[in-house]
Design a protein around this ligand. Structure first.
Ligand SMILES: CC(C)(COP(=O)(O)OP(=O)(O)OC[C@H]1O[C@@H](n2cnc3c(N)ncnc32)[C@H](O)[C@@H]1OP(=O)(O)O)[C@@H](O)C(=O)NCCC(=O)NCCS
Length: 227
């Protein structure tokens, strides 16, 4: 039976949610149908099984003045019953082409350390692993008050509407101020979490992020493709 890759539609939200729950038991609320048309989300369909995998991708910029468009391949999963038939590789290819069409300069994805299937699927699409191992830290605990704000020329708070939550990604210079500001903003806006990726080798920064109430989730490597 052939697998067919197509752009997702809002009506595919329950099918994508089903795949997420099959792949990850932890935090996984329903996918928002209204986010799908704003992203480049693709589903893989296989005969009567219906949706057997998906990938979500979208553009981000550091700030409004930044000329560089980065293409985030944010989420990828294939139903465990259908692994190993090239579906993951084909979904990444579709997301990567969407980034090229959007004139992104770079496409990137975070792959958890030890996820060999994902590493291979990205490498087969021309992505290269970055040398640094990165620790993902997140906080879903809002700060009620903010005493000072971060320097917006150095530190960036990027709002990311993901398929099932809205989060803030902290980029650039990671300081106590920007870490506090991100926690404050998620409270004001009612968003799910703020997160930052910290090089594992930077012990001082790891300590700072922990002192600011962020919790370690897992370690990742970034896979990058330059268009
Ligand atoms: C990662 C994932 C999407 C890959 O999907 P898939 O359809 O099985 O991928 P492909 O069939 O295209 O396989 C890609 C490569 O990984 C290999 N592979 C697949 N499963 C593997 C496993 N369990 N261990 C080692 N290698 C594996 C394949 O053999 C293939 O390499 P090859 O062409 O050299 O043989 C799938 O494993 C998955 O959903 N995992 C859980 C969710 C997840 O980790 N998502 C990625 C987040 S970045």
């Amino acid at each position: 039976m052939n697998t067919h890759i197509r752009r997702a539609e809002p009506a595919d939200a329950p099918g994508i949610t089903r795949i997420i729950r099959a792949a990850w038991q932890e935090y996984n609320p329903d996918v928002f149908p209204n986010v799908i048309p704003k992203h480049m989300t693709f589903v893989a369909e296989r005969g009567e099984a219906g949706i057997i995998g998906f990938v979500d991708s979208f553009a981000t910029q550091r700030d409004e003045d930044d000329a560089e468009i980065r293409w985030e391949v944010d989420w990828l999963a294939v139903d465990p019953k259908n692994h190993g038939h090239g579906t993951g590789t084909a979904l990444i290819a579709a997301a990567t082409e969407a980034g090229r069409a959007a004139h992104a300069t770079v496409a990137r994805a975070l792959v958890r350390i030890g996820n060999v299937a994902s590493e291979k699927a990205f490498e087969k699409n021309g992505y290269k692993p970055s040398p640094d191992m990165l620790a993902l830290y997140i906080s879903d605990q809002p700060l009620k008050e903010l005493r000072s704000v971060a320097d917006h020329r150095q530190s960036y708070l990027i709002t990311v509407n993901r398929l099932n939550d809205t989060a803030i990604w902290i980029e650039g210079e990671i300081t106590d101020r920007v870490l506090q500001q991100a926690r404050y903003v998620i409270g004001v806006r009612g968003w799910h979490a703020a997160g930052a990726l910290i090089p594992r080798s930077d012990r001082k920064l790891l300590k700072l992020v922990e002192a600011e109430g962020y919790k370690h989730v897992a370690n990742y490597r970034q896979y990058v493709l330059r268009y």
